[in-house]
Design a binder for this molecule. Structure first.
Ligand code: FDA
Length: 283
């Protein structure tokens, strides 16, 4: 059964870049920066991966043409990570060549734990070659992140710290919220101390308030780090953070392959399910 797009509309800006432009401009007008994400994951044929890189390049060009304040977020499984690592690296570098030439930024999202090591390996190579034009994501819940964060921070990498959206076993990841929040705070401290401009992807007031207080107590200025949230969630809070002088960026997904992303948002928070159910019953 095909699920109608209207149900995902709260979390997905449109089924194409063109359809998402009005939403993107509206957010920029509110002083919110963006990172645009062409949805999709786990591609298993080379032609689709190559087409995806072309689409990402068109997206970078579209951002320039539309004068949007936006980076892009990508997934390596959309560039062939499940097929061939060398092929994926070539694809990523083809995209980063364009990003560098146009002075744009590409963030490599982090996927499930079976992809963590190879994603970080490819990121490190990319960072060596493209520096400030590429960044990645660390999931605080993973046990390994304690070490990864130190290594990446020493490199001065541009990191978005998140809790982690994928269901992982206890051997690999923390399972309860207080422990995940503690890990997030510890890793945030490392990033704030050692990297020029860390980003924090969370909607969690406890973490947002903690970040604000920690930064103030340690004389870290408001424009030395960034809050990031997902499209459709807590927009008013983002506007408020921006008004208070913090950098605030919205992750704006679009595309026809929206179902896995949509499902993760529903699994994360029961209020999201209620929202979708209420959409179903509205005329
Ligand atoms: P969480 O869902 O844990 O909720 C904790 C508390 O926060 C709630 O009890 C409530 O108090 C408050 N809260 C949460 N949502 C709220 C809302 N909508 N309104 C009001 N209060 C709310 N994951 C990943 O694995 N790889 C990635 O690359 C990324 N990238 C990414 C980018 C960005 C910009 C964001 C914001 C998130 C990601 N994530 C991600 C997802 C991330 O790992 C995580 O799954 C979600 O952000 C959910 O965790 P939170 O800390 O946001 O709140």
């Amino acid at each position: 059964m095909k699920i109608p797009f209207i149900l995902a509309k709260r979390f997905v800006a449109g089924e194409s870049f063109t359809e998402s432009i009005p939403k993107a401009k509206e957010l920029n007008k509110k002083d919110l920066k963006l990172t645009l994400d062409l949805l999709g994951e786990n591609i298993d044929d080379r032609q689709t991966a190559t087409d995806t890189v072309d689409a990402y390049i068109r997206l970078l060009e579209g951002i320039k043409e539309q004068d949007l304040i936006s980076s892009i977020s990508i997934k390596l499984t959309m560039m062939g990570l499940d097929i061939d690592h060398d092929f994926t690296r070539e694809n990523l570098f083809r995209l980063l060549d364009v990003a560098k030439a146009q002075d744009q930024f590409v963030r490599i999202d982090m996927e499930g734990s079976d992809h963590t090591q190879i994603t970080l390996d490819i990121f490190k190579e990319a960072f060596e070659k493209y520096g400030k034009h590429v960044g990645t994501v660390i999931q605080a819940m993973l046990h390994r992140s304690h070490n990864d964060i130190h290594e990446l921070a020493e490199m001065g990498a541009d990191i978005r710290l998140v809790k982690g959206a994928y269901s992982e076993p206890s051997k690999i990841a923390l399972q309860n919220m207080p422990a995940i929040r503690e890990a997030f705070k510890e890793q945030a401290k490392v990033l704030l101390e050692k990297t020029p401009f860390p980003r924090f992807g969370t909607h969690d007031d406890e973490l947002i308030d903690w970040l604000k207080s920690y930064a103030a107590e340690n004389e870290i200025s408001k424009d030395r780090f960034e809050f990031q949230m997902l499209y459709g969630l807590r927009e008013e809070t983002m506007v408020q953070l921006s008004d208070e002088g913090y950098s605030a960026r919205v992750y704006v997904p679009f595309g026809t392959d929206w179902f896995p992303y949509f499902k993760r948002r529903l699994m994360e928070r029961k209020e999201n399910v209620w929202f979708v159910l209420s959409t179903m019953f509205k005329k």
